[in-house]
Design a protein around this ligand. Sequence first.
Ligand SMILES: Cc1ncc(COP(=O)(O)O)c(C=O)c1O
Length: 394
Amino acid sequence: MGNKYDFDAVIDRRETFAVKHEMLPKGAPEDSLALWVADMDFAVAPEILSAMEKRLNHGIFGYTMYHSEPLKRSITDWFSRRYQWGMNPRDVFFCPGIVPAISYLLELMTEEGDGVIIQRPVYYPFTNKIEARGRKVVNSPLKYDGELYSMDFEDLEEKFKDPSVKGMILCNPHNPVGRVWTKEELKSVADFAKKYKKWIISDEIHCDLTREGITYTPFVSVAEDILDQIVVCTAPSKTFNLAGLQLSNVVIFNKEWQKKWKEYVWDVLNLSSPNPFAVEATIAAYNEGEEWLEELRGYLDGNFQYVKERLEKDLPKAKLIPSEGTYLAWMDFSAYSKDQEALEKAMHREKLALDEGYIFGEEGIGFERMNLAAPREIVQEAMDRLIRGIKGLE
Ligand SMILES: Cc1ncc(COP(=O)(O)O)c(C=O)c1O
């Protein structure tokens, strides 16, 4: 790994209206160290910055199109070069975010009262959006053996059999537990979808952020015979720290759903035009950002290793769940306390703003999620605070 990019630089994000730093979770003191929202405290790749500067200097920021050959090609080239996934550019649709995309898809693909499977502990907007649309959450909790997470296929099949269930939102890689599902695991999910004729929305927003030696499998590679039942959500936002630019790519194969997407997202909402900076940033990211990403992955691996060592040394009863992907550390402190309120208070006492485990479902009680996409110095300070907080519970 080279050392071309500076991930150690601490950049002050105050006065940039950063949600992570300005909208702290309830109860966290104002000057807390913020490692909750999933964006990065690293500057974007200089290749992206110069593309955006060039666009800025042009001076005109009028309506901008999504369906252009250079943008589509940058997206499809990325997935075919890195993951051997040959997307048809006509199947790729714009949405400002994956969460709004999932929300629209639920509207298009289900009726009120229909059941949708999720696997808790899981990214909490899945629950919020299912419920906000008047649909029913059908939870198939992941299995946790005290060390590792896996899917509970027996339970999952029961849930798929339920006639009120219409589909499943899959999280690959899984936030917060950090699993990058294997080909075999994904194949089992695809087999259920095929057997019981259910749809799958596969949220692959974290797909590029895998640990060294771990391979992400696109869900489509195990679902080639049921593509009409699959929607895949991807974006450069997590990978390249572009969430605020709001450009996501939704891959829809089913022609009827494509038609419905256009009628709803284009015609009803009039939402089809990204901002000009997002377009330039995405093209630069996918065409020129690979070297930066590879170096970032190495840096993140180092942060995970650091957290692991600190926990082993200072909190031997705690567990860092082995991370295969995402930049989110999922840590089990249940041996110290299963009282989520006490854990949360301990974090706030130490002025540390994390995502508390329980917000991902009751399966997350006793856990904390810490965002490690920050310079090592910040992660070190966060670990000092975390360790003091947990020790205070003993
Ligand atoms: C699994 C998952 N999906 C979606 C999102 C956010 O998507 P967006 O900001 O594009 O709505 C996140 C952000 O943390 C996430 O972890």
